[in-house]
Ligand binder design. Structure first.
Ligand code: SF4
Ligand code: SF4
Length: 385
């Protein structure tokens, strides 16, 4: 479909139903290109190449369609979204369409001048990821020399430019000891929010599970540290704490429930209910190049497949929590049970839970293997760096 065709389609009146059931946020994976190679990256292991990416006009159309649909927030993500030279144009269109714009970035490609341009184009918020506060360890985890130093500089620019800052800190066995220092770092750089996000084991993180999985004792300690810090830093820093599924009693509602709160658009325009959904077999994902976003959201087969609760099997079907966690993660259920409609093994009521939880116990007590770094084409392990 051409850009002109896309624009004429987006002009079609939207059904009231679409707005009433609109997702809150849209995660725009503008590109899978990234100079870092984090071994827990949430991108699929088959990364999309630059020559398949949507054009500037395509993304601008997605922004306008998102606003018409009733979406409130756009998360500009990747890969590394600043690798796109047209980011300012995309931000400007999103802002002018009335969307709240959040840039999720590793920061290393930014200059102060570019950040200022992005702010002037309407960027509302910056979410900066860090690998660790130990500079050497951080650069090793991201496989990018000088990354930690640059990120610190970028955090300073964000605050100088008077933009709100969130620090995102993925936590795992190779940086978990530094959590107190990570909290201090977030306060020092003037962040308003810190995400202490234990790794979720999909995609690249699943390949690296044994290298990343903390022990249960180490995890419990982080819960205590965060609890104390939340109390101490009230009014200074908000801390979000993401628990690892392997040590939880019940699963999280994946993406707030399948087809309920979030819509994900890949670099080439495929529209997914969740960033990991491509790991499920037999799914048909529509593309914004072929079909309007609102129609995909309301009627696309991938969104319909696990929306609501009708698809559930026991024990979820008759469980009181079925509209709280929506049976957890479909990708995790498929990976362990071979059927995505089964209960997520993260749930203590799943018949597979014990087997699943044992994996964490065993792997976290063995010496950590080398990382398999995230990379286009053939993945690389630590020794090939
Ligand atoms: S997690 Fe790391 S490799 Fe993946 S997109 Fe973010 S910075 Fe790049
Ligand atoms: S059985 Fe299903 S609905 Fe009930 S808590 Fe477990 S995952 Fe959630």
């Amino acid at each position: 479909m051409t850009d002109t065709q896309m624009l004429s389609r987006e002009a079609a009146p939207l059904e009231e139903e679409a707005c009433a059931r609109a997702p809150v946020g849209l995660l725009a994976e503008l590109t899978h290109r990234c100079p870092l190679q984090c071994p827990y990256c949430s991108n699929p292991t088959e990364l999309e190449r630059a020559n398949t990416e949507l054009s500037t006009a395509d993304w601008q159309s997605v922004m306008r369609q998102a606003a018409e649909l009733g979406i409130l927030q756009i998360h500009l993500s990747g890969g590394e979204p600043t690798a796109r030279r047209d980011l300012e144009e995309i931000v400007e269109t999103a802002a002018k369409s009335g969307l709240y714009t959040n840039l999720i970035t590793a920061g290393v490609l930014l200059s102060r001048e570019r950040l200022e341009k992005l702010r002037d184009a309407g960027l509302d918020h910056v979410q900066l990821s860090i690998q660790d506060v130990d500079v050497e360890n951080a650069d090793r985890i991201g496989a990018y020399k000088g990354g930690a130093k640059k990120k610190h500089e970028v955090a300073g620019w964000v605050r100088e430019l008077d933009m709100p800052l969130t620090v995102n800190a993925p936590i795992h066995r190779q940086n978990i000891e530094n959590l107190p220092a990570i909290i201090d770092y977030a306060v020092d750089v003037g962040a308003g929010r810190l995400e202490v996000a234990h790794i979720q084991y999909y995609a690249w993180a699943l390949k690296n599970r044994a290298a990343l999985m903390p022990t249960k004792e180490a995890f419990m300690k982080t819960a205590e540290i965060v609890k104390e810090a939340k109390e101490r830093l009230k009014g200074i820093l908000v801390i979000d704490f993401v628990v690892p599924d392997y040590y939880a009693k019940y699963p999280k509602p994946c993406m707030g429930g399948w087809g309920r709160g979030i819509i994900n658009v890949t670099p080439s325009g495929r529209v997914l209910p969740c960033h990991a959904a491509e790991s499920l077999p037999g799914m048909q994902f529509d593309n914004v190049r072929d079909r309007p976003l609102a129609d995909i959201w309301l009627n696309g087969s991938a969104f319909e497949k696990y929306r609501g609760t009708d698809w559930m099997k026991e024990p979820c079907r008759s469980c009181d929590r079925r509209e709280i966690d929506f049976g957890g993660c479909r990708c995790q259920a498929f990976a362990l049970t071979g059927d995505a409609a089964n209960t997520d093994p993260a749930c203590s009521l799943s018949p597979k839970h014990e087997e699943w939880a044992k994996v964490a116990e065993v792997e976290s007590h063995k010496p950590a293997p080398e990382f398999v770094y995230r990379r286009m084409g053939k993945a690389a392990n630590a020794t090939s760096e």
